[in-house]
Design a protein around this ligand. Sequence first.
Ligand code: B4P
Length: 194
Amino acid sequence: MLNLVLFGPPGSGKGTQAENIIAKYNLVHLSTGDMLRAEIKAETKLGLEAKTLMDKGELVPDSVVIGMIENKLDSNKTANGFVFDGFPRTVKQAEALDELLANRNVPIRLVLSMVVSEEELTRRILHRGKSSGRTDDQDESIVKNRVAEYRKKTEPLASYYQAQGKLKEVKGEAPVEEVCAALCNEIEAVKHTA
Ligand code: B4P
C-alpha cells in the first residue's frame, strides 16, 4: 500500500497536487479540510462547531479529525493507498495516524513537504478567495492566523517525520506541473520499496 502525506503551510499546493497524485497512482484522497467543509455544507453539529474555528483560521480539535480519518480508512479497505492532505496537522494527530496505520500494517511511506514563502501563500489564498466562497480565504488577518497556527502546531511535524527518515522537501513555488514532476520523482523512488 502506497501511503503518502502531503505536508506544507496553507496554500502550499497540497489540495492541488493531491488531485494529480491520486489520478496518477490510483490512490484515495483523504483531505480533512474537504471533509470538514462537507460537514459544514450538510449543517451537521460537527460542521457547525468546526465552522466557528475554521472561520477564525484555527485548527479543529484533534479528536474530531482523527475520528474522521479512522472512518475513512475502514471504509476503503481495498485501496491501493492513501494521500493524506492537510492531515496530520499536530504531533498528536501524527501519532494517532501512525498507530492507526500500524494496526493495519500499512505505514506511511513518504512525507512530501512543499516549501513556499509566506508572501506567495498569502497571495495564492486571497486570489482563491475571490472565487472559492471560502470565508477563511478572504481576509488577510485570517490567512495570517492560519499560517501562524501552522508555524506553531504543524511545522514541528517536519522533525517528527525527519526522525523517521520519511521527509522529502520539494520547492513549491514553481508552476503546478513542475511541482508535480518533482513530487512524482520522490514517489517513484519509494514506490517499489517494501
Ligand atoms: P485545508 O482545506 O487543508 O486548507 P489549505 O491548507 O488552504 O489547503 P491547500 O493547502 O490544500 O490549498 P492549495 O495550496 O492546494 O484546511 C482548511 C481549514 O480546515 C484549516 O485552516 C483548519 O481550520 C481545518 N482543518 C483541516 N484539516 C485539519 C486538521 N487535520 N486538524 C485540524 N484542523 C484542520 O491551494 C491554494 C491555492 O494555491 C489554490 O488557489 C491553487 O490553485 C494555488 N496553487 C497551488 N499550487 C500552485 C502553484 N504551484 N503555483 C501557483 N498557484 C498554486
